[in-house]
Design a binder for this molecule. Structure first.
Ligand code: FAD
Length: 429
């Protein structure tokens, strides 16, 4: 019997397992290896952190969905993968063999790279649901006893959208609590300019986001390298084009939430031929690893080179739609390999992003993600907030149902002129 293992049951891994189930014959065994039995929708974490969502609103029990779709869920998690043996060691000491492996383990959060950084130390986080729950408690303390706030993303970060989102969501939550006038806010970012987003901007994200920050009375510092966090705040070096230090800032902060740099998770790191030096999985245009041809990868864990040189390092974001396009390409390619055909599907890697501000937001489409682009569009408005809620409800519905892409989603995407696959027929097999 052929076995396909999907490692990681986050945004990419769950729909990967579902889409494989649709693409490969029913006798093929699909294993979904997760940490626990619950799926949690990461993009809603900023809402959880200000009390706009409960934990259970954004979680799905994977047991029911996997049973329905004939997918074997292994909730004990992986300790280590051994790609040269086609084997995964699990945390309970057992191991599973596979014929194909899709790695969807997302990011490890590199808080340890800056002294005092992270929820174990002096800052808060919305990257994981447990962090968001802890941040909510601190948010409540902030409302009771207001003071200065710093939001942003540190050197090496790649996920800037949630940093902007959280700044504006917090602003709205503090206005609702009638304490915003007692909370000076600063946005501190490694980006070379506001709205760069690791993408060298999309449409007029620079103008839109600068204007929104000004309208919401949020000051900003760009080209920022944080050297240290402590209970009083943080120390920041502002970096010149040539890499020298332009000026330093000691910023007082009572509540700091900054996105960390990401790296690959321990279970897959430091494997010759599989990963780059930060532990991200090397993948070609078919999502296939060049050294281990039966290993594919999707999601934040995939190695993508930065857009270009910036005074402070920034990475390229991997957004939900881009991840879904990786998933669709991978499912097609594994199905072809099972039929003895060569992989030929490429994800579009389009960046389609909705950044919610609580009562408005900005949306952008970068097609392809890397410039020069065919579509380079951004816009703002109240509709973005509604669209983000739609995205959340719809994605959770898909995960609950065990479906990757119900019919009407396909229609909606085609109506927008957005495709998940570049072409599945452009390369002869
Ligand atoms: P994840 O969803 O993080 O899933 C990885 C999974 O692998 C996790 O469940 C983890 O437990 C599991 N795992 C790790 N190691 C192991 C192991 N050893 N064994 C078993 N399982 C393991 N994108 C958007 O398009 N729109 C948004 O609004 C948006 N908001 C975001 C907000 C935040 C706060 C963050 C951090 C990101 C956001 N993103 C957003 C970006 C991206 O879509 C998400 O990060 C998304 O969850 C990434 O999917 P993934 O599958 O790569 O990783």
């Amino acid at each position: 019997m052929v076995t396909i293992a999907v490692l990681g049951a986050g945004l990419g891994g769950t729909i990967m397992a579902y889409e494989l189930r649709d693409q490969v014959p029913p006798e093929v065994e699909i294993l979904l290896i997760s940490k626990g039995t619950t799926y949690s929708f990461v993009p809603s974490n900023p809402w959880v952190a200000v009390g706009w969502r409960e934990r259970e609103d954004i979680e799905v029990d994977l047991v029911a969905a996997c049973t329905k779709r004939n997918i074997t869920l292994l909730p004990q998690g992986a300790e280590r993968i051994y790609p040269s043996e086609n084997r995964i060691g699990l945390t309970d000491g057992s191991s599973v063999d596979y014929d194909f492996l899709v790695i969807a383990t997302g990011p490890e959060l590199a808080f340890d790279e800056i002294p005092g950084f992270g929820p174990q130390h002096h800052t808060h986080s919305v990257c994981q649901i447990d962090h968001a729950m802890m941040t909510r408690d601190v948010f409540r303390e902030l409302v009771a006893n207001p003071g200065p706030v710093v939001i942003g993303a540190v050197q090496g970060a790649s996920c800037f959208g949630p940093a902007y989102e959280f700044a504006f969501i917090l602003d709205k939550a503090l206005r609702d609590a009638k304490v915003r006038d007692r909370v000076p806010m600063t946005f501190v970012t490694s980006e070379p300019y506001i709205g760069h987003l690791g993408l060298d901007g999309v449409g007029d994200t620079k103008g839109l986001l600068e204007s929104e920050l000004r309208n919401h009375h949020i000051k900003w510092i760009t080209n920022a390298r944080v050297t240290h966090f402590d209970a009083a705040g943080l120390d920041v070096e502002e970096i010149n084009e040539d890499g020298s230090v332009k000026t330093t800032h000691a910023i007082a902060s009572k509540f700091t939430m900054m996105l960390p740099a990401f790296r690959g998770v321990q279970a897959v790191r430091d494997i010759e031929g599989l990963t780059n030096p930060r532990g991200f999985i090397l993948a070609d245009k078919h999502q296939q690893n060049p050294a281990f041809s039966n290993v594919f990868s999707v999601g934040v864990g995939v190695a993508i080179p930065p857009m270009g040189k910036t005074p402070v390092p920034v990475g390229v974001p991997k957004t939900g739609f881009m991840i879904e396009s990786m998933v669709t390409a991978t499912a097609h390619n594994i199905a072809r390999l099972l039929k003895g055909e060569a992989p030929n599907a490429q994800g579009t890697w389009n960046a389609v992003c909705l950044a919610d501000f609580g009562d408005g937001g900005i949306a952008f489409v970068a097609q392809p993600q890397i410039p020069p682009r065919n579509v380079n569009w951004s816009a703002s408005g109240r509709w973005v907030h509604a669209a983000k809620i739609g995205f959340e409800k719809y994605f959770l519905y898909k995960v609950r149902l065990g479906k990757s892409e119900p019919f009407y989603e396909k229609l909606a995407l085609q109506a927008l002129g957005i495709d998940k696959l570049k072409s599945i027929a452009i390369e002869p097999s």
